[in-house]
Each structure stands twice: as structure tokens, then as C-alpha cells.
Write a protein that binds this ligand. Sequence first.
Ligand SMILES: Cc1cc2nc3c(=O)[nH]c(=O)nc-3n(C[C@H](O)[C@H](O)[C@H](O)COP(=O)(O)OP(=O)(O)OC[C@H]3O[C@@H](n4cnc5c(N)ncnc54)[C@H](O)[C@@H]3O)c2cc1C
Ligand SMILES: Cc1cc2nc3c(=O)[nH]c(=O)nc-3n(C[C@H](O)[C@H](O)[C@H](O)COP(=O)(O)O)c2cc1C
Length: 563
Amino acid sequence: MQFDQKISALQKQIQGYSREELLWFNGYLSGLLANNQIATTAQLESIAPTIQLNPVVLYGSETGNSKKLAFELLKLFKQNNIQARCFDLATYKVKQLAKEEFVLFICSTQGEGEAPVSAQRFFGELEHEALDLSTLSYSVLGLGDSSYPLFCKAAEDLQILLNKHGGVLSIASQKLDVDYKTAAHQWFKEVINHVLNKSVTPIHNAVENRQELNTQPKEISTRTKRSYKGIIGHSIILNDRESNKKTYHIELESDEELDYSPGDAVGIYPKNKHEVCAEIATLFKATDRAFELEKLTITGLSGNTLKKLEDILTIEVTDKRIDLIDLLNLYPANKQVTFDQLLTVLVPMSPRLYSISSSALTNSHQVTITVALAEFESNGVNKSGVCSSFLSSLSVGQDIEFYIHPNSEFYLPNADTDIVMVGPGTGIAPFRSFLQHRDLRGDSGRNWLFFGEQHFVCDFYYQTEIQQWLESGVLTKLDTAFSRDQKYKIYVQDRLRQQSKQLWQWIESGAILYVCGQKSPMSQDVENALVEIIRENTQSSEEQAVAYLDTMFLNGQYKKDVY
Ligand SMILES: Cc1cc2nc3c(=O)[nH]c(=O)nc-3n(C[C@H](O)[C@H](O)[C@H](O)COP(=O)(O)OP(=O)(O)OC[C@H]3O[C@@H](n4cnc5c(N)ncnc54)[C@H](O)[C@@H]3O)c2cc1C
Ligand SMILES: Cc1cc2nc3c(=O)[nH]c(=O)nc-3n(C[C@H](O)[C@H](O)[C@H](O)COP(=O)(O)O)c2cc1C
């Protein structure tokens, strides 16, 4: 196409674009040019016109890590002139698989060895539908955490199911731990090479492209999990007496130097209450072996374990979730089972994560966490969560083992970049760490905090510190939402909407937006508010605003750590 034809095609294309969209594309193109990601005319001419394999990237993701990798791979395909498509397993129809040639799955494991919730329909259909996948070649990149007993189980299950239907594994699948980035980029390289080698592209071009592969991760995480022995240095309830909540500020101290960054979490393997273990062991005439139950999952049983218990005890359980002791009391066994048989169906307890609420710059031998006691009702009885009650029961001086769970997605930006932090409830934890860190480093970037809880007088966690940061200017802006202090409920998402114009100015000038706390309903409500704010400020449709927020997430301007 002639240059003037290209100009007129471009003008036609951008006719309906708003000023903000044009500004965004302007920045996007500058970024590509700056990073040499736009091919020169000579390079374009050397690129072969046809590539035969049409790869499809399918991702299953709960917290976005697999999704980000999927879009990185898609971008890499595009950079190598390979036509590829990318879909969420949440919306992808299993029957479509039989029509694909080459599928790259990127899928995390969640819960206790399960697929992410959004991918569970796909897994179910793959298990039960009759499919012929003999013309499909595939590979699976599993994301997981080796601290969990069922490491990358969903990826393993996926591979078993694909093989069952005749799928052909064409590149070795990988199971990656929390420091997954470097290994993921290595797998990307293999995938791209595989496609280029299978294509009709003349070999010299393929080699050229391979050399140009932009497979270096932006940030290579070299920090892996490290366990520490420590003691409880301090533990206090942050709520006042009249509160409905019990949220603890707990300081863990160690003789060792603790290696962590703001945004990381502490991982803890809880122990079951001894009296409950003893009660269960006694039912199986093994009182002296109660300690063997201490680190196994015996509370909130669901899914696979429930099924196995139904089988060995020959019972039918109607509860969706139940503690083992309640199950044994409510559903008398129809078959006698030994303590050893019981142990074979119980799985080791998964660790629980708690966002770090301190900066190592204040005290490198201490790490603090902000723990809400999980309280709920089960079979008409008030209960509390196994780890949060374990942590809240520990007193000063007691031993505790913990590990640092590095988070390669949730971290502070450059010192001069502005940040907006939305952290209601225990979501405040990483932002206390961020603010301590930025204060001590003297970062010049502006900091805006949105905090919310039920009541100002009894639930304003870290109020004194936050107000000091506001006075000293470390905190540029503070917006609070105490939901039950007035007739109508007010939440952080309402404060975000009220600040729409100013928030938009911060976002447009490059501020990073962080959200931490409850996944449901908080993070979804915040996301809906953000979509409205984008719509209002860009005069865009809902679909465009959702896409805009998604792009912010994929390029790291919007970061979530929700649970
Ligand atoms: C990255 C990350 C960061 C986190 N940061 C924090 C943080 O800073 N602060 C914080 O407080 N939490 C945080 N969490 C959550 C934390 O890891 C735990 O999930 C939380 O403390 C609950 O664990 P638990 O063992 O106390 O409860 P569990 O025993 O695991 O119970 C959890 C829930 O399961 C259900 N349940 C359990 N047993 C039964 C039963 N018998 N019948 C019916 N339902 C049942 C209940 O709904 C209960 O609330 C974070 C999580 C992640 C993933
Ligand atoms: C509550 C919870 C449960 C998890 N369970 C497992 C598990 O059973 N096995 C595993 O290998 N990883 C487990 N993980 C780790 C995740 O798979 C890992 O963090 C992954 O990078 C998440 O990717 P995603 O953001 O694409 O979902 C769990 C993580 C969380 C937060």
C-alpha cells in the first residue's frame, strides 16, 4: 500500500476515537517504537506470509498470573508474525478443542488441588464429554505453589484428560512454582520455536525471528520461598471492644535476617486444636496417635476428601462442607474403619497466606501481619477458621514457623511514581508496608489511600500511623468509608466514584492502582466502580471501559491481591 493510502486508511480507522483513546494509542505506539518492537520495512519484507499452525492460548486463572502470561505469549506470537488467538477457559467451549491444531494451556491450581473456579466448567465438560482430540497437539504450563500438598494438580489433571481423549503432547508440559517467570519465558521460547519450525516459513527467517525473540521477563524473580523459625513478638487486637470484628496485629520475630519486600506475604502452616485431634483419634481407638492429625486437613472438608470418606465409611453426606469430627458424629459409619485407613484419605493441611504489613527497612528481624479471625456458622454452631484462630491463640514468646511468599506481581513502582491504594479491612496490610517503605526511603511519588471498615471509632486499623503519614505528607490523600456510621452503607467503591475526576487525573498521569482485600464482593464492586469511572472520563461504552481496565491490568498499571 502507498503511504498516502495508509494515511487515509488510518484516518478512517481512528474517526470514532476519543481524545483519551488517541492519547493512549499515542503512548502505546511510542512505547513499541522505544522498545524496538515495531519491525523495520526490511524486517517486514523478510517475514514469510504464511504460517500453518494456528496456535490457541487457553488460560485458567484465579488471581491473574496465568492470564498475564497468556497475553504475554499472545504478544510474542504477534511479534513473530504468527496468527494466534487467546481465550479464557471460563468462556471456551470444550467441543471447539476438536477443531484446533495446537493449543497452549496456561492454568493455575487453586483451593485444595482444584482448577480455578472460572475453569471448573471446562474441566467438568472435558471429563465427561465424548471427544476425539487425536488431531490436537498441546502443551500445558501449570502455575502453582510447591508449599501446597497438591502442587499443580489442575495442570496434571488437564494433561491426563487431554491424553484420555487422544490429544498429543508436543512440547513438554511444565509445573512452575511461585518464581515462575523465568521458566515460563523459557517455555514460551520452546513454543515459538516449535511453531516456527512447523511452519512453512523459510528457515532463514525462522532463525532470524528466533534470535529476535523478546523473551526476557521485565523483572526476573530470583527470590524463592524461605522458611524461618521465630517467636510471637507482639499480638494485639486492632478493633475496639464494641466492634463486630476481631482483627489482630501480630509481630513475628526471628534471629535471622528476614528477606522480604513490600507486597510479599507470610505463609503459615496452622495446627489443628489438640482436643479435636484427640476426640477423633479416640473414636478410632487410637488416642495416643492424636498428634498424627495435627497437620492434616480435618476441618471444612469438601470435594475429594468428602467423597473418599463417604466411600470408606459407606455413608452419604449431604453437607457441602463439614469438619471431620461433626461428620463422624452426624453420619454414623456403616463400615468399621481403622485409624490407619482414615489417615490414607486425609490430606496435609495447606498453608495460609497473610499480606505483610511492615517494611523490612524498619526492622529486618521482624515481619508483621494483620489477621482477621474468620468466624462462621456450621450446622448451627459458631466456628472459627483453623489458621486465623491458631494465630490469634498464640501468645507473646511462643514459637512459630513461617515462610516468606514472594509476590512478583504486587510490588512498589519506582520511587517517583504515584500510587493509589484501595485496601479496606485487612486489605490495608500491604499498604502499611508500602507507606512505611516509601516513608523510610523518602520516595517522591504521591500516595493516595482508600480505607474502609464498619465503624470509625472501633475499626480504623493503624489510625494513628495513617494520620501521622497524612500530616507529614507521606500520604498525599486519604479517603475513608465507614459503612455503618450513617443511615446508608458507604464503601470504598463509593468514595472512588466520588473522586472520579481526580482519580482519573492520577491514572492518566501514570499512577499505579492497587487493590487488596476480600475478593468477593469487595474487589468486584471496586472493579465495577473503576469501569464507571473510566466510562465517565473517556465517554466510552461499558465494553470499551472493561477493555481499558483489562489493558491496565495486563500492562501492570492495575494490580490486585485479593482473596
Ligand atoms: C495472597 C493472600 C493474602 C492474604 N492476606 C490476608 C491478610 O492480610 N489478612 C487476613 O486476615 N487474611 C488474609 N488472607 C486470607 C488467609 O490466607 C486465610 O484464608 C484466612 O485467614 C482464613 O483462613 P482460616 O484457616 O482461618 O479459615 P479456614 O479454616 O480455611 O476457613 C475458611 C472459610 O471456609 C469456610 N469453612 C471452613 N470450615 C467450614 C465448615 N466446617 N463448614 C462450613 N464452612 C466452613 C468458612 O467460610 C471459613 O470462613 C490472604 C489470602 C491470600 C491468598
Ligand atoms: C487459596 C489458594 C490455594 C492454592 N492452592 C494451590 C494448590 O492446591 N496447589 C498449587 O500448586 N498451588 C496452589 N495455589 C497457588 C496458585 O496456583 C499460584 O499462586 C498461581 O500463581 C496462581 O495463578 P493465577 O493467578 O493464574 O490463578 C493456591 C493459591 C491460593 C491463593
